[in-house]
Design a protein. Structure first.
Length: 65
């Protein structure tokens, strides 16, 4: 990723999070560190994507009767 794109993405995300990007980033870094994936960016990305998918699956799952 180039530096200019990284800065634009930071600004976009910070605006979308109402200025709370630093807090969100810090919390995610703590979670990645806790589970030892902070040094494995590919795995951290995969875990993040999986967790997001699970959130949406639960949101749209119909209850079993």
């Amino acid at each position: 990723m180039d530096a200019e794109k990284h800065i634009r993405e930071k600004e976009r995300l910070n605006q979308a999070l109402s200025g709370k990007l630093p807090e969100v980033q810090n919390e995610l870094e703590q979670v990645f560190h806790k589970y030892g994936v902070d040094s494995m960016p590919g795995l951290a990305h995969d875990v993040s994507c999986y967790a997001i998918e699970e959130i949406y699956i639960k949101r749209f799952s119909l209850p079993e009767y």
